[in-house]
Design a protein around this ligand. Structure first.
Ligand code: SAM
Ligand code: SF4
Length: 329
């Protein structure tokens, strides 16, 4: 079991996209009320008084769409300036990056993962549930701008959904050949939208590797990440290909992370809330910070017994109805 030293912080559960697999148009989501969101200073207190003393050194800001959080640049600056912070990253849909990448970089953000499920503007718009003016170009410009200001390597996340974007795996993989971009293919999880998740709903990473290998060859990369991705490279390529295979291979024993939702619940696993703690209410009730640290420390101890796969198969339909945007993906 790895030491747990990585906290994913959801800054907000709302989003400016409606991805079919996450927040499909028309889905009735219970958004968090503004007064129930963790305040900026509460996030900082939790990091400084609870997580850093317990050994946490890596933080990722996510959501919903984290760039919709008011004051996000300042939150980045505060976390980046803590001497204990070794790694501060963000996962974003990239739509607002063309205007925000530079100030985020200046505030101290150094790593960014941008979701991009298609290189075709029409398909992209259909995946993100957009019926108005295409949003692909602005997202693409956000990616270019992030790379220009210094987010290097730049990571692109692709959720592969059969019948929707699996035909683009080679085109997306080809982005790594001439530039130091890291494209990461994520197995689609049975979360969020039951209608999309039929019997053939996810494609094992091994199949994707085979397709890529048949086209260009594929070698294991010398670069290893600190996350769950298995990293490969097209021979001679500048960038890498990561495969996140949480459906086909259980990597719970390598998991080094816990998640803080935008309303302050600390959960030990993406899909398993066993032992979760309502940190926001505890803070607002004035619970002693040493006692809170103790509770969190206990949660870290039971995390070793918690399993993602059991949780998926343990739901009645095998489909988990909370969305990634609600959990903090
Ligand atoms: N809005 C940001 C974004 O899209 O990058 C951050 C939050 S989003 C919930 C984080 C990641 O979760 C994205 O890469 C998204 O593709 C992924 N995701 C959402 N629902 C998923 C699902 N059912 N299976 C696999 N990945 C999913
Ligand atoms: Fe929004 Fe990200 Fe969910 Fe898409 S995956 S709806 S961009 S939170």
């Amino acid at each position: 079991m790895n030491p747990v030293d990585y906290l994913r912080i959801s800054l907000i559960d709302r989003c400016n996209f409606r991805c079919q697999y996450c927040m499909p148009e028309g889905a009735e989501l219970d958004y968090i009320f503004k007064q129930d969101l963790l305040r900026d200073e509460e996030i900082l207190t939790l990091i400084k008084e609870i997580f850093i003393p317990l050994g946490f050194r890596k933080f990722r800001l996510t959501g919903g769409e984290p760039l919709l959080r008011p004051n996000v640049v300042n939150i980045v600056k505060e976390i980046a300036s803590l001497p204990e912070t070794q790694d501060l990253a963000m996962t974003t849909n990239g739509f607002l990056l063309a205007q925000m990448a530079e100030e985020l970089y200046e505030a101290g953000l150094r790593r960014i993962n941008i979701s991009l499920d298609s290189l075709s503007p029409e398909k992209f718009d259909s995946i993100i549930g957009n019926r108005g003016k295409s949003r692909w170009q602005q997202t693409w410009e956000g990616i270019q701008e992030a790379y220009r200001v210094g987010f290097n390597p730049l990571k692109l996340n692709v959720v592969v959904i059969p019948g929707i974007n699996d035909g683009e795996v080679l085109d997306l993989a080809a982005l790594t050949i001439n530039q130091n971009w890291h494209v990461r293919f994520i197995e689609f999880m049975p979360i969020g939208n039951p209608e999309l998740f039929g019997s053939q709903a996810w494609i094992p990473s091994a199949d994707l590797r085979q397709w890529i290998s048949d086209r260009w060859g594929l070698v294991e990369s010398k670069i290893t990440g600190n996350g769950p991705a298995d990293i490969f490279q097209i021979p001679g390529a500048k960038g890498t290909l990561g495969f996140i295979s949480q459906m086909s291979e259980c990597f719970c024993d390598r998991c080094n992370r816990v998640r803080l939702s935008a309303d302050g619940w600390l959960r030990p696993c993406l899909l398993n809330e066993t032992g979760q703690i309502d940190l926001k209410t505890s803070l607002r009730q004035g619970v002693d910070l040493a006692e809170l640290r103790q509770r969190v420390s206990q949660l870290l101890t039971i995390k070793a017994e918690i399993n993602f796969k059991d949780r998926v198969s343990g739901t009645q339909s095998g489909i988990y109805t909370r969305t990634m945007s609600q959990i903090g993906g």
